[in-house]
Write a protein that binds this ligand. Structure first.
Ligand code: GTP
Ligand code: MG
Length: 398
């Protein structure tokens, strides 16, 4: 394997098998990569991650993706599409191959991702010396243009904006016709208020064919709590009278066992998007890993800084890929002893990071009715609505 080829190990789905690609020994690569990762300390706590989890992360989104190595010919093909997918300094001797590989392993596979990332964020994810990271970012600016757009042209573009349906007319209406692309929409609330249900239903709606009200697009679903249930999507699909298999094949699911993996998965959505159109990225929930890893007041600052980087990263991916980001969030009791209301986790960082925030509450105990209240939005009037959780999913109250 040449040095050059080595740098462009990639994740390609089975469609790529039709092209001239050479499969490598997956186990061998994964073992090598695990060793490399341990060596380069890409993961903060590699000992906490089992080999299975790690190889799951390496293979990233399950479905039918196969890890393959691009043969030399294809590297040249892709090179012609510079600057999108190739890190332009790969021939530069001042950057050892190891650093390029660390970037790719951490999900920084495009110039755009590097050009728009902060040096701290890349340093945290790769452990590449900070001065080299800064140099790489500066180099990437040669390939990535930062320009202005007029408000008029932004308005024109927004008119054509794709919206993702939640499958519940009243919630879509509250959101101005559906969930916006290039934005982060946050559903927060207490347990069993329907956050995961709406995520699964929105995934279904995005994957549905256009004639059935969907976008016929793929979805990325990052599950941090282990609550994703394909069976539930099959149940929800029944009302659309569609073969559920067609839907499930379009939903790429990955389990994020910690916040490092969660962030790497988000960067790797760019890889996946090279071969699949993706209109929706879901993280259910955004905050649970952060909450369990950073405990106590002394780690609050660190947690918030990392959460901030995660949100910036999500916004970048939403922008670059023109997709909708949906996140869920938990709540906690207000610190004010006279105020018995609950507040979303994540403080000001998340309050500013989310574009639209919707608060879900139960309407009494033992009922299937839930309330949804739009509590923050840069463009929509704040309003509320109700829905029901039924065997078909999230439904309007008739
Ligand atoms: P946490 O993740 O624990 O914070 O809660 P959540 O807000 O994500 O809750 P979730 O979306 O999982 O909603 C749980 C609610 O959906 C419960 O009231 C369940 O009874 C209801 N639910 C789940 N599956 C079904 C089903 O098949 N039929 C019906 N009728 N209700 C269901
Ligand atoms: Mg949930």
């Amino acid at each position: 394997m040449s040095d050059k080829t080595n740098m462009f190990k990639a994740y390609i789905d089975e469609e790529a098998e039709d092209k001239e690609v050479k499969k490598t020994d997956v186990d061998k690569i994964d073992n090598e990569t695990i060793e490399e990762d341990k060596e380069s300390n890409s993961f903060k706590s590699p000992d906490k991650i089992t080999d299975d989890q790690l190889s799951n992360h390496q293979n990233l989104f399950s479905r039918s993706s196969t890890r393959v190595e691009i043969v030399e010919d294809e590297v040249h093909d892709i090179s012609s599409s510079l600057p999108k997918y190739i890190l332009p300094w790969h021939d530069n001797i001042s950057y050892r191959e190891k650093y390029t590989q660390s970037l790719i392993d951490a999900g920084y596979t495009t110039v755009e991702l590097i050009a728009t990332a902060s040096s701290d964020e890349i340093f945290d994810a790769t452990n590449i010396p900070i001065e080299l990271v800064e140099e790489m970012i500066e180099l990437s600016h040669n390939w990535h243009e930062f320009t202005f757009d007029t408000a008029a042209s932004i308005l024109e573009k927004r008119k054509d904006m794709t919206r993702v349906s939640t499958g519940c007319a009243s919630v879509d209406h509250m959101l101005g016709g559906g969930i916006e692309t290039k934005s982060i929409t946050e559903f927060y609330g207490e347990f069993i208020t329907g956050k995961t249900q709406i995520c699964m239903q929105t995934a279904l709606m995005t994957a549905l064919p256009v004639e059935l009200g969907g976008l016929d697009s793929n979805v990325v679903y990052i599950d941090t709590e282990g609550s994703f249930r394909p069976e539930r999507i099959v149940q929800m699909a029944a009302k659309h009278k569609i073969d559920p298999e067609l839907i499930l094949k379009k939903i790429f699911v990955a389990r994020a066992h910690n916040s490092d993996i969660q962030m790497k998965l988000v960067n790797n959505v760019i890889n996946l998007a090279k071969h699949h159109e993706i209109k929706l990225l879901i993280i259910d929930s955004l905050t649970s890993n952060f909450r369990s890893e950073f405990i106590g007041k002394h780690s609050l600052v660190e947690r918030q800084q990392k959460l901030n980087r995660h949100l910036q990263q999500l916004m970048r991916v939403a922008d670059i890929l023109d997709l909708a980001v949906v996140i869920t969030n938990q709540v906690m009791s207000s610190m004010d002893e006279y105020d018995k209301t609950v507040i979303p986790v994540g403080g000001n960082i998340l309050a500013h990071g989310s574009t639209h925030r919707i608060h879900f509450t139960k309407q009494g105990s033992g009922t299937a009715v839930r309330n949804a209240k739009l509590v923050a939005s840069p463009s929509l009037p704040l309003s509320s609505t109700s829905f029901m959780i039924t065997k078909y999913g999230i439904e309007d109250i008739r």
